[in-house]
Design a protein. Structure first.
Lengths: 89, 89, 89, 89, 89
């Protein structure tokens, strides 16, 4: 799983029926210092996260589909938590 | 999931039976500024997208196979939405 | 899925029983200009492809295993089509 | 699987129900010389590992979900062993 | 699948029960010229390979778990063949 910042939303009208009514978030992966790294990806929202939130996201199909409790939802990334604190040692 | 631009089609006569009658699109991943990044990949079309469309695509087998509603279709990428708008904050 | 060129064969006598009688091809990924990129990978042959063919390949376990119709065959890559034509726009 | 060092914990209150009561560790991948490489990732703890431990981790959804014995837990990485010794030849 | 050289073993006492009695090998991916590339990864042994062997390995959870015939073994990489010969054309 990765830590990422929600940086936007994606609007898609012509899409899979299984995606209707679900938010597609654009998330930017962060490194240990909280700086952006790599490219942003699109992820379905499973925990009602919003723009600006620091979140925990999965990037694999089987787990992403499980997170939204919908085995017919063809996604490969999902936001599964809102991060309160990262404790580094 | 990634945002990509449909840049071409792939014609393959000698192929898996499960792929018959399905369009194989060539898609170019885009970054947040809409610029191409990385290499183009081949993806099955699940939403009737066409060349030039900006699309949402999955890049994992289980979710891709679910998107075309065909559990015997051996694919690892599929176009699952046509993007109308990307809202960046 | 990726477009690749078949560049060789791999011979392995000590192997999984599920692989007996199947060809293991060495394939070199190609970019949009048909030039090699990245490293070659090993893939099971699901469509009777041969050395020199330009092919379509999956690179994920669930879809690769489906392509050879053998749920007990532990592979993570397979050749699923022979490419006749790539139409770029 | 990768060898990694546990470098921190992640606290997330707003999260998937399936994650309640489970530790989310921040792990830093190590190379053969024991030096950090690449970016740290978040992984669920399946073997009661702690900060400072050198661990074995999976980075794929199906295996990660199996490791915590919970098919409804949407994760794509888990710590599955504490490494005692790496024998290089 | 990748071609790799077995370069070591990993000893882990505190681990998943499903891993008891199984060898965890450290394998170094090789390129077409037989030279090392990228980082070594840990893989469960499914064909009784040993240090020094050139092997065929899968790097995905579903196929790796199938290779050891144990659906409760949470791994994402496994050695599935010993390579006798690589025929390049």
């Amino acid at each position: 799983m990765i830590i990422a910042r929600v940086v936007g939303n994606i609007v898609a009208t012509q899409k899979q029926e299984a995606h209707e009514g679900k938010k597609i978030l654009l998330i930017q992966p962060l490194d240990l210092d909280g700086q952006p790294w790599g490219d942003a990806v699109a992820a379905l929202d499973a925990v009602d996260a919003g723009v600006g939130d620091r979140v925990l996201a999965v990037q694999e199909g089987f787990s992403a589909m499980t997170s939204v409790g919908h085995v017919e939802s063809p996604i490969d990334a999902a936001v599964v938590g809102v991060v309160d604190l990262v404790e580094l040692v």
